[in-house]
Design a protein. Structure first.
Length: 482
């Protein structure tokens, strides 16, 4: 028996180590998110004012486009693990900057005067949206690139489950810290918690560097067909670059040469959004993300208004409530990850798993139509909605990127996670601006129905692609390099 276990471990030790290190990294990422996310709306409501929250999406779009251009260039220039490591370290440094300003006596949270000109509230709100897109998004992009479909079905559930434990423990500790900080300025205690998240992100970067050092490169190929395509594509790109260099040298005149150089440097910048629009499979993933985020945006704002009223818009009290709320949905998400993500993909297949969230959303929206929407009801509904998303829907949806080319895994995914989320939240915010009544709930049901149809299409395409050992997006990229 012992010899069998030893031989099994020797045969799978790199997969076990990879799962453990990815799980550890995601623990640090989610622990940070579970501390910072509860401060998002309380900080904004206290500094800028709750009436301005629906307008954040309109202001955010130009900033996101600039971020996406920079991100696309990083993907072209850097290796996979370096992209994630750089984002983890960069966001760790930015957290220290926010902690300083949170504790500032004039510009910080101790100043309770609300004004749309208080940049701190806007900046922190936008920053947390980018954390989801670029830190959590970069983690999943890296994980997809080193995972095969079969290993993803075995590992993703455990990676997510480990992160959910951190997602429960850290907000509970944070809530206790806020409740026992009489010897501190209460708002300063929020700044101290933000400093702690910098340490967590630094540890996350360290786990990725250890993974790169300890696991041989041939064990990090992921989906082999995609890996082989990327090797071929790299050779084609070298030929393309050489042709472009010759073309630039042949150009006559400074302005023509400069224009050609700029055009060449921007090559690939818009590939992510181009692949998203032109490849139905990727656009289908966008619709799935869009549908959930529209629903979440509509309901989240309504719940936060009720929290603000119940807590008299006090930043510490609202933050403490949000921390308990985060612990609740992370705890339920842990159960979904343990008993859903680790087993249902094998039992039901990916397509049927993708249909579960839209069906759940229809039921939750119907409950809001039937029952008087109090804070307690919103709390229950939002805990279920977020738990099923973070514990089940997100890891299942992330598996869809495995049989795709690198530009879809990184660039298209980043466009979906950033611009896609912002556009969907902008849509949800627009619904909230136009009407705060029950008319929003039938809209949510219709959106969920559309997502159900798209989930069916995307699930079928995924199964056919894996069966035929194909790579989604390869034909379009070969055509672009001709």
């Amino acid at each position: 028996m012992i010899s069998r276990l030893r031989s099994w471990y020797n045969a799978n030790k790199y997969e076990i180590l990879k799962t453990a290190l990815l799980g550890a990294c995601f623990v640090f990422i989610v622990a940070t998110f579970s501390i910072l996310k509860p401060f998002k709306n309380p900080v904004f409501f206290t500094t800028v004012g709750k009436d301005w929250q629906p307008f954040t999406r309109w202001v955010e779009i130009p900033f996101l486009i600039i971020c996406m251009i920079i991100y696309s260039k990083l993907v072209d220039k850097l290796r996979r693990y370096k992209i994630l490591t750089i984002f983890l370290l960069a966001f760790a440094a930015i957290n220290l900057v926010f902690a300083y300003f949170f504790m500032h006596p004039v510009y910080g949270l101790s100043n309770t005067v609300t004004s749309p000109y208080r940049i701190l509230g806007w900046a922190f709100y936008f920053y947390l949206d980018q954390y989801q897109s670029f830190v959590i998004g970069a983690f999943w992009s890296f994980t997809h690139s080193i995972s095969s479909p079969s290993s993803a079905e075995k590992q993703y559930g455990f990676v997510v489950a480990a992160s959910k434990v951190a997602g429960v423990v850290t907000p509970l500790l944070g809530a206790q810290w806020l409740g026992q900080s009489e010897n501190f300025n209460n708002t300063d205690s929020i700044g101290i918690m933000v400093i702690a998240t910098s340490i967590l992100l630094f540890l996350g970067a360290l786990t990725i560097l250890i993974l790169k050092k300890k696991i041989p490169g041939y064990k990090l190929h992921g989906y082999e067909a995609a890996y082989q395509f990327e090797k071929t594509k790299s050779k084609l790109e070298l030929v393309y670059d050489e042709k472009e260099e010759l073309s630039i040298k042949k150009e006559i005149g400074f302005f023509k040469k400069t224009a050609h150089k700029v055009k060449h440097s921007l090559h690939g910048t818009w590939e992510g959004i181009s692949l998203m629009i032109s490849e139905p499979y990727v656009f289908g993933i966008f619709i799935l993300v869009f549908g959930y985020e529209v629903t979440s945006s509509i309901l989240d704002y309504r719940m936060n208004l009720l929290i603000s009223l119940a807590k008299d818009n006090r930043v510490v009290d609202m933050s403490q409530y949000q921390l308990y709320y985060t612990a609740a949905f992370q705890g339920l998400g842990l159960l979904f990850a343990l008993f859903g993500t680790t087993t249902l993909p094998k039992l039901l297949g990916l397509k049927k798993c993708l249909l579960i969230p839209p069906i759940t959303i229809v039921g939750l929206a119907a409950a809001l139509l039937i029952i008087n929407p109090t804070l307690s009801l919103f709390f229950i509904i939002m805990v279920i909605l977020r738990a099923i998303n973070y514990g089940f829907n997100q890891p299942i949806r992330e598996m869809l990127y495995i049989p795709t080319v690198k530009d879809i895994k990184y660039k298209s995914k980043a466009w979906i996670d950033s611009m896609g989320r912002s556009l969907s939240k902008l849509t949800g915010s627009t619904v909230n601006i136009v009407s705060k009544g029950p008319i929003a709930y039938p809209i949510i049901i219709v959106v969920a129905g559309i997502c159900g149809l798209v989930a069916n299409f995307v699930g079928n395409k995924y199964a056919k692609t894996i069966k035929s050992n194909d790579v989604i997006g390869s034909d379009l990229e070969k055509e672009a390099l001709k």
